[in-house]
Design a protein around this ligand. Structure first.
Ligand code: FEO
Length: 394
């Protein structure tokens, strides 16, 4: 996609990938994505902020050629993951004078992943600055805004923040700026759930620090640029807070209908008690939508049939994912049906060792649920309601 000027001397020169449908062979991308790279031309030096996915490196080079860029002094690398760094080898070949500007940890990862020569690096430390003449770049180390080496870059005179993954969204659009805040809110929240949520506690501090900077724009490396930074900063402040909503996510699989009957009964019982319910049939669910719902739900119910001696493999996958994404949920429980026995509850609870949760008494039934089962599910709905009320979630 064609390069565009953000302000005089600062251009978006990245690539938009409308066709990409999966990231890291894990994360579905219903709206594609973009790899944003930014060219900053100072009175003395020129810097490129991040590159693009290697599948799009010719688009980046083409944008630089069309802008008649004949020299790049610095390539700032905020993050070593290849969707931002993968075009570095080609950029360093095209611009043999360019230095890679990044922190020590990122240098180590770039050498490991891309086999870049060590003599092409200029290593910076937290809060260090780099002059481009009439413009100044300031670097802030923000480890674990995805990987351990991540940093963000601030263009001081123009008050633009380049945070790479942080504040981004997997959105392919021809719009340079956010034009639909509601749509981007949803996309950015899903992105936060998939990429940032495990690092919520560190990110809370980074958001506070960013809020102290004078800001005109936030220009992430995925999705459109925020001309109203407060919008995404407020959204992040909410997502990283400890506050949860009066919601229950039910992740379920049903093989012959018994677990489904239990899910339907519990859903109605919770709705009747004033709780919002988000059921996900894992055989059809976009896992990104499930992650999105985990951002601020108070309770998760895992509903599984028994396959041989344990939970259904789709349930194992979703439970593993929920555990590593570390949502701020407070309570969890298990419901489901079995044929002759099994250890589904124990296995699921053991898998949730990364989340600080209280387990509410599960409901497991042999075969088809009956009136006794439905009474037990009503008791479970009462227990969940009481937990929410006692913790001021209702
Ligand atoms: Fe967009 Fe962590 O890479």
């Amino acid at each position: 996609m064609v390069a565009r000027e953000i302000i005089h001397g600062v251009h978006w020169v990245g690539a938009v990938d409308f066709d990409r449908r999966i990231f890291d062979e894990l994360i579905p991308l219903p709206n594609g994505t973009s790899y944003n790279s930014y060219l900053i031309q100072g009175s003395e030096k020129t810097a490129l902020i991040d590159t693009v996915d290697p599948t799009k490196e010719y688009e980046l080079i083409s944008n630089l050629v069309k802008l008649k860029v004949d020299r790049i002094d610095y390539v700032v690398v905020n993050h070593a993951e290849q969707d931002h760094s993968g075009s570095l080898p080609m950029i360093l070949e095209f611009f043999p004078e360019a230095e890679v500007v990044t922190n020590e940890k990122c240098k180590e990862l770039l050498i490991a992943h891309l086999h870049l020569p060590a003599n092409r690096f200029r290593v910076i430390k937290d809060k260090e600055t780099l002059s481009l003449g009439d413009r100044t770049l300031e670097f802030f180390l923000t480890p674990w805004t995805h990987w351990p080496e991540t940093q963000i870059t601030y263009l001081r005179e123009d008050k633009i923040l380049f945070p790479c993954d942080l504040f981004g969204s997997h959105t392919a659009t021809s719009d340079l700026y956010v034009t639909d805040e509601a749509g981007i809110y949803r996309s950015a929240k899903r992105y936060y759930a998939e990429i940032m949520m495990p690092f919520r506690n560190s990110i809370r501090g980074y958001v506070e620090n960013v809020k102290k900077l004078p800001l005109e724009m936030i220009a992430p490396s995925h999705g459109p640029v925020y001309k109203r930074p407060q919008f995404i900063l407020d959204a992040y402040a909410d997502w990283v807070s400890d506050a949860v909503k009066n919601e229950v996510v039910i992740a379920y699989v049903s093989m012959h209908g018994s677990t489904r009957k239990m899910v339907d009964h519990l859903t109605d019982a919770l709705i009747n008690r004033g709780i919002t319910v988000r059921p996900f049939n894992l055989t059809h669910t976009d896992i990104g939508e499930l992650a999105h719902s985990l951002v601020d739900t108070a309770t998760v119910v895992i509903a599984t049939p028994t396959v041989l001696f344990g939970p259904h493999p789709q349930i194992v996958y979703a439970t593993y994912l929920a555990n590593v994404l570390k949502p701020k949920m407070r309570f969890a429980t298990v419901i489901g049906s079995y044929g002759w026995g099994g250890k589904s509850v124990d296995m699921i609870v053991k898998m949730l060792d990364h989340v600080k949760i209280e387990i509410i008494e599960p409901v497991m039934v042999k075969g088809l649920p009956d009136e006794t089962t439905f009474k037990a599910l009503d008791r479970l709905a009462d227990d969940i309601t009481k937990k929410h009320r006692d913790n001021n979630i209702i």
